[in-house]
Ligand binder design. Sequence first.
Ligand SMILES: Cc1cc2nc3c(=O)[nH]c(=O)nc-3n(C[C@H](O)[C@H](O)[C@H](O)COP(=O)(O)OP(=O)(O)OC[C@H]3O[C@@H](n4cnc5c(N)ncnc54)[C@H](O)[C@@H]3O)c2cc1C
Length: 433
Amino acid sequence: MTDLGTQGTGYVDSYYGRTVKAPASRPRLTHDIDCDVCIVGGGMAGLATALGLAERGKKVIVLEARRVGWGASGRNGGFVSAGYSLGLDDIESAVGREDADALMWLTLDALTLIRSRLERYGIDAGPMRDGIMKASWYKNADGLKASADKKNERFGLGLEFKSREEMQELYRTKRYHEGLLDPTAFQFHSLNFTNGIADAATSLGATIFEESPVTHMDLSGDKKRIDTAKGSVTADQVVICCSGYIGHLHPKLSRATLPVGTYVVLTEPLGDRLQEAIRAPYGTSDSRIANDYYRALPDTRLLWGGRVSSNLEPRNLGQKMIGDILKIYPQLEGIRAEVAWPGTMGYSVHKMPQIGQLQPGVWYNQGYGGHGMCATTAGGEVVAKAIADGDETYKLFAPFGLDFAGGPFGPLIAQWAYWGFQMQDRWQAWRSN
Ligand SMILES: Cc1cc2nc3c(=O)[nH]c(=O)nc-3n(C[C@H](O)[C@H](O)[C@H](O)COP(=O)(O)OP(=O)(O)OC[C@H]3O[C@@H](n4cnc5c(N)ncnc54)[C@H](O)[C@@H]3O)c2cc1C
């Protein structure tokens, strides 16, 4: 793993790393220690689990290889919305209506929980703004209205349909047709949120060790033993939450994980030029499978994400991402990148999170893909309730197993799939025009 210019904070050089509010460091594990539950991985999946357990009175230790939120959780678009990487219709095809609704409700409840935790624990994850717009790349008014009606009826989301004329007021591009605004979704500073959840867990007695990569685990006995270079944890239960950064840590989970590279750029402040292109205050993503997503910060910088690649550290990333912006908003010609960065998403082949128990006392909570900022809080609660209360909600995820994700060929398969999605998007755009 390279550091990509961490500027002394221990974080990758990014908008988030440059504005992080976190302790200068947390301790490394340098001794042996015992606890109820050991969490491996200090991203949002691990920390939501840790906080859920600490809130239920468990003695928790989190071991993070680098820094809290160093992975995907502290590098992303900062969009927080209900649902999963796999869409509702596909979930329903896999598990039926009742379980699909139950899975969706877990994330709707998580949205509420995130808001209440922000308040309860005094977490500053600003700037925060409500509303995320899905801008349709294709002419699809009837389809969008039907989808909004269905979700509003089932979940009371209050999704708002926007006509092409309304969209053109908000977005000065010919690329978009109609839109759907989700008023329950919002944008925030994901790295500060992740650190805030870590501090909340600590305030309830959890202990978090950073720069303490787990090198080996003996999960066979009643007491599990988790080793790092300079100390070990013994625990009754272990939760593995390493996602796209898991490497070879656990054969079964590693084999089921597809690490997928994706990217974000932050532009320089655009001043009045922002209004020439984007007037919407919302986070925005378009409806292509291989889509772009973006949001304007209050100081008129544009945070823009997209692309998928097997190359986790591409050259000239800022320039390439600016090129993507200009494809939608050519009037912004000449804008410059302030900083661009990569991140690795951990996908499963079925695109649903992998949540469950491998054997008594050994849990996993990973694979949120590109839609994890809300769903990790849902998954954390599910696992925390299972461990602390014997709750069986986690079984809703059982149909989505630990299928082989391609091993060393996985990233290449993802790259080819992405190119295939781009072709599909072009074909659909051509048909709809
Ligand atoms: C560029 C980008 C943009 C995205 N945009 C959005 C968005 O706008 N909205 C959204 O909902 N989702 C988004 N996502 C997805 C979202 O960020 C992830 O789904 C979510 O953060 C996953 O959290 P996690 O805890 O499972 O994984 P991570 O945050 O990756 O955490 C895994 C952690 O495990 C640690 N680890 C690995 N191995 C070990 C070990 N051996 N010992 C100890 N620790 C270890 C890693 O260091 C890492 O910190 C985006 C992702 C990326 C990369």
